[in-house]
Structures are given as C-alpha cells and as structure tokens.
Design a protein around this ligand. Structure first.
Ligand code: GRF
Length: 190
C-alpha cells in the first residue's frame, strides 16, 4: 500500500472523534495515519488519550494571542510534522482565513447536525426546539464561513419523543464515530 496520508487532528476537549480516527487508523488498510494531535486547550482530556495511543501532541493556549498569530503556531507544528491533511474534531475556535487559504480543500470538520441545518453551537437543543424529526452529523470541507463548506458525508438519526439535548447528542455521537473515519478515508484517497 502507498504511504499513508498524514493527518493532523485539532481538538479542544474530550476528543472522542479524535479517538475514533486513531482507532480506525490502526487498521493496516486504512489510508490515513493520525500523525499529530494539536490543541488550543493545554488540559484538553483528548490530549491524554492521544498520548496513551502513542501519538505526538502539542498544545498551547490561544489566550492573549491574535487569531492569525495562534494559527501560525498551528501551521508551524503541522509543517514540522509533515502533515498534509487536517481534521477538526471538537476544535472550538474559528480558524483564520489565511490558515484556511493555505490549506484550502485539505481541512475537514465534523459538525453535529444535518448541514445546512443548525450551523454553530447548541445544535441538538435547536433541532428539538424546531420540532425536527431527524438529526445527525455532517463531515464537510472547512471554508472561511463557519460550518459552511461542501458536505462530504452525513449520517441521520431519528429524534425520539422525550429526547433531551443530551440523549440526542449521545445518539448522534455514536454516528459521528462511524462516519468520520469512513469519510476521511474516502477524502484522502479521492
Ligand atoms: C462533536 O459533537 C463534534 O461533532 C463537535 O464537537 C463535538 C466534539 O466531541 N464539533 P469530541 O471532542 O470529539 O468528543
């Protein structure tokens, strides 16, 4: 098999999607490797998971830094590690237009809604409040507009009577963990 595509994962929190990508990448026929995990939150729980899995990590707080300045640090880490593809996995910061332009078409994100519905935060509560009958998740290419780039893949779940934002989030998250590795594998080989 050709050399695996080197993916850098950006996280801010618990990192369950990152862990799903790391797990999928263990398969010999997986076309990507998670080669680096970066975070803007130095104590993000996902960083410990990545280290336990033997993945290189780096973290720096963005606090007090200009967005472009912080993203230049990210870019430098990615370049040193020879990363070509970037996967956002619960990365809770907007990326600067310059960073996105420099890696146009090679950054993907997972968002917990059926885009274009419910961009931004609180997706599950908003889906319930809108009386939607289904929810889900989307993997999309990152562009300068929030949660707006071309959708690469989606998975749907029903919204059930009595669902709370938490119960719905749990159902969607299980689909996220299935969808993201599959879409990323297709994306790096297309
Ligand atoms: C996920 O629901 C993802 O779709 C959203 O943020 C959450 C991150 O969860 N962008 P985790 O850190 O991957 O567990």
């Amino acid at each position: 098999m050709a050399e695996k595509a080197r993916v850098g994962v950006l996280i801010s929190g618990r990192g369950s999607n990152m862990a799903a990508l790391i797990e999928a990448a263990r398969a010999p026929d997986c076309p990507f490797a998670v080669s680096l995990v970066l975070s803007n939150v130095p104590d993000a729980p996902g960083l410990a998971l990545a280290r336990e899995a033997g993945i290189a990590t780096a973290a720096m707080s963005h606090k007090g830094m200009k967005r472009a300045e912080f993203d230049a640090w990210i870019e430098a880490q990615l370049v040193v590690a020879g990363i070509e593809w970037v996967a956002l996995a619960g990365y809770m910061r907007l990326l600067s237009p310059g960073f996105i332009a420099g890696r146009a078409g090679r950054i993907v994100n997972i968002h917990p809604s059926l885009l274009p519905a419910h961009k931004g935060l609180d997706t599950h509560q908003r889906a319930i409040d809108a009386s939607d009958t289904k929810a889900g998740c989307s993997v999309h290419i990152v562009t300068a507009e929030l949660d707006d780039g071309p959708v690469l893949g989606q998975a749907e779940v029903p919204i059930l009577p009595g669902d709370t934002a938490d119960s719905l989030a749990e159902r969607v998250l299980a689909e996220e963990h299935r969808l993201y590795p599959k879409v990323l594998a297709d994306f790096v080989t297309r």
